[in-house]
Design a protein around this ligand. Structure first.
Ligand SMILES: Cc1ncc(COP(=O)(O)O)c(C=O)c1O
Length: 377
């Protein structure tokens, strides 16, 4: 049995390189042993807490099946994600949707298969759920400070905390069961204290709900657990310490706590393997073009996520700009990348790319999405 001391980050092992060399690029090498170890580590760091995998981070069936066997719950944003979770063996009662704005057809389909709990953040969503999934459990998503995260999420979603009670009360009046509060500190969150601020809002709502006769039981602390790329990030245990301390201080002892990580479970378990397809000097800038770019795997670079790029060459590094294969200039992956001189046909390994690569990838310009292969047998 694996323990949390097992590898939590996929590196360029002989095992990985050996399997990868047999495959055409681009492909994502995934080690499910690391997904499993990340899950167990987060469970331990946040205990007592359930962990619900945000399928959007990487919906590959092999990853979902691995997590289902571990006993992980699933968070889905759409009917297609829900079907994948069910196919992986998840019981409907262990699936929730924290997407605050859901297509009505998805709500109805979720209800039909037995999914019971949904996020709300507007009166329109309350009405929609009351109509298409009457009697369901609902939890209110509040907007919280996302300024500590590299990939903020809060402008589009989340009710003002001052409106939370009205939403929960409205839900109860429409026959729904208000069960809790949720938030998202933003993806790739770089400070444990972001959770502290959010928990203070939730505690205030919790107390106020009680005064209004609404007994809440679920505190969902969302995702946001970061992955190391070029700089250190807070460890799961550091975040867990802050979260557990504030939950102990601010909430009744018998509440149910859930976390909803995506990136934190799968990001470090993947390496995207691409090939150099072109080279150019533009003034004094050296460009290397890869067969995986912004549109087919590395979309998060447009939001400022910066990856570590490795090759098998050992010469001294020079600074290059990396770009993808499409005709669009937006398809410039990263500037200022230190890399030994590469040649067309060389492979480039993009580290810690298990999350938000496959799921964001398109076939723009006819360039293939990365396939998936496993390092573990
Ligand atoms: C509702 C919800 N939950 C969980 C997540 C997962 O976040 P992360 O990958 O930062 O852990 C997201 C990401 O967009 C989300 O929207």
């Amino acid at each position: 049995m694996q323990t949390i001391t097992d590898a939590l980050e996929l590196r360029l092992t002989e095992e990985l390189l050996g399997r990868s060399r047999l495959l055409p690029t681009p492909h994502l090498m995934v080690d499910r042993r690391i997904v499993r170890a990340n899950y167990r580590r987060l469970l331990g760091a946040l205990a007592p807490c359930t962990v619900s995998y945000a399928v959007k981070a990487n919906p590959d069936p092999g990853i979902l099946a691995t997590l289902a066997v571990e006993g992980c719950d699933f968070e889905v944003a759409s009917e297609a994600e829900m079907r994948l979770a069910l196919d992986a063996g998840a019981a409907p009662g262990r699936i929730t949707s924290s997407n605050p704005v859901k297509p009505p057809s998805f709500v109805a389909a979720a209800r039909a298969v037995g999914v019971r709990a949904f996020a709300i953040d507007s009166p329109a969503e309350v009405e929609k759920i009351a109509h298409h999934a009457p009697g369901s459990d609902v939890y209110v998503r509040i907007a919280v400070d996302n300024s500590e995260s590299a990939w903020p999420l809060s402008r589009k979603h989340g009710a003002d905390p001052n409106e939370a009670i009205a939403l929960l009360g409205g839900a109860a009046r429409q026959g729904l069961h208000p069960i809790g509060v949720t938030f998202h500190v933003g993806s790739q969150c770089l400070s444990p204290h972001a959770w502290r601020g959010a928990l203070l809002h939730c505690a205030r709502i919790w107390d106020e709900a009680e005064r209004h006769g609404i007994a809440l039981s679920l505190l969902n602390i969302g995702g946001g657990f970061p992955v190391r790329h070029l700089t250190q990030v807070p460890e799961a245990e550091e975040i867990g310490q802050v979260v557990r301390h504030h939950i102990r201080e601010l909430f009744p002892a018998d509440i149910r706590v859930a976390a909803e990580p995506g990136r934190g479970l799968v990001g470090s378990a993947g390496v995207l393997v691409a090939e150099v397809i072109g080279l150019a000097d533009r003034g004094d800038e050296r460009w290397a073009f890869l067969d995986a770019g912004v549109f087919n795997g590395l979309m998060e670079t447009i939001g400022g996520i910066r990856y570590e790029f490795l090759t098998e060459r050992t010469a001294e590094s020079r600074i290059v700009t990396l770009a993808g294969p499409s005709c669009d200039s937006v398809d410039t992956i990263q500037t200022g990348v230190p890399m030994p001189e590469v040649e067309i046909g060389d492979r480039v390994y993009v580290m810690a790319t298990g999350a938000y690569t496959l799921s964001y990838a398109s076939e723009f310009n006819g360039f293939a999405r990365p396939t998936v292969a496993y390092v573990d047998p």
